[in-house]
Ligand binder design. Structure first.
Ligand code: SME
Length: 161
């Protein structure tokens, strides 16, 4: 298989619709969690501007453990009571943090990170992990980004079934 990335264009929701289509095409026919997480991290990291980390943490039954990602080496284990990732996993709600320095318990892996979006990944009621994006810009993620990235996370979860 060869993948040609295509530039996104139009409004932000239109761009996310295009990115979602690319994600569907990329994951189509493959159920392997590591393969799909790796390819999706690469797709998103290279398609969207102003990101310094995109990747996955998977729940090992007690903690979140780093999975495939793009960016600098990251913290390996994050307990559920810690960080933006832990908050997303615990609350089952996407965490959109405009200023990570103002988030109590933020886990600083890359000191360049200024804002962060973390989407929890659940299969029915079972915690699978989180999809995490960091930006070197303050307030990089708005509601359009949240909706677009939640749809991409849902596409990943769908690929595992
Ligand atoms: N900042 C995250 C930790 C993971 S890194 O951003 C890759 C957190 O507070 O959970």
């Amino acid at each position: 298989m060869s993948f040609t990335s295509q530039a996104l264009n139009g409004s932000k929701p239109e761009q996310y619709a295009q990115l979602l289509q690319q994600a569907h095409a990329l994951l189509h026919g493959e159920r392997d969690r590591i393969a799909n997480a790796a390819n999706l991290s690469a797709l998103v990291y290279h398609a969207l501007p102003d990101l310094n980390w995109v990747g996955f943490y998977f729940f090992d039954g007690s903690e979140l453990v780093v999975g495939p990602f793009q960016g600098l080496p990251a913290c390996v284990r994050i307990p559920l009571h810690k960080g933006v990732c832990g908050a997303a996993a615990r609350s089952r709600q996407t965490q959109r943090v405009e200023d990570v320095d103002a988030f109590p318990g933020h886990v600083a892996c890359d000191s360049a990170s200024r804002s962060e979006l973390v989407v929890p990944l659940y299969a029915d009621d079972v915690l699978i992990g989180v999809f995490d994006l960091d930006s070197p810009l303050l307030a990089r993620f708005d509601a359009d980004d949240q909706h677009g990235l939640e749809a991409i996370a849902a596409c990943f979860m769908e690929s595992l079934r």
